[in-house]
Design a protein around this ligand. Structure first.
Ligand SMILES: [Zn+2]
Ligand SMILES: [Zn+2]
Length: 146
């Protein structure tokens, strides 16, 4: 049950990230997301205004984990941990592997990760109108597997 809750909250975060990216970051908070798009895939060096979104996502996760510990409620901890794991995954794939913001590791040549990279690059360098609509990170149209 705890593990299921953790996995579900992780998956739910992909939906939150997708909808937030589509309707908020490319909507009324474009001013905060814009600098991530300016220098295309290389990205703006150093801190980006876009990084503030990590803080915004961290707040509910921290609140859930602290309340879970305070009230001895493992469900709250599991949900908070799911959000946190998604944040770490997003950072490692999006910021390290795709945008090379930290010189840690590059594309491991994995079939799925290579497809994630192509799908996200399409969002940054759209070859057609549908490419730019690709707002998710881990879930994307199957054509990027080719
Ligand atoms: Zn974007
Ligand atoms: Zn990006």
């Amino acid at each position: 049950m705890i593990l299921l809750l953790l996995v579900l909250s992780f998956l739910f975060m992909e939906f939150i990230a997708w909808s937030n990216h589509k309707y908020v970051m490319h909507g009324f908070l474009w001013s905060l997301h814009k600098d991530h798009h300016v220098a295309t895939i290389a990205g703006k060096p150093g801190f980006q205004k876009n990084d503030l979104f990590f803080l915004i996502y961290a707040v509910p996760a921290i609140i859930l984990i602290i309340s879970g510990i305070s009230f001895a409620n493992s469900y709250l901890i599991a949900i908070g941990a799911g959000i946190t794991l998604y944040g770490i995954t997003y950072f490692l794939i999006h910021d390290v592997v795709i945008h090379h913001r930290l010189p840690l590791f590059k594309n491991p040549g994995n079939f799925y990760i290579s497809a994630i990279i192509r799908a996200h690059e399409a969002h940054h360098k759209p070859r057609n109108v549908t490419d730019f609509k690709n707002y998710g990170l881990l879930i994307f149209p199957v054509r990027f597997f080719k």
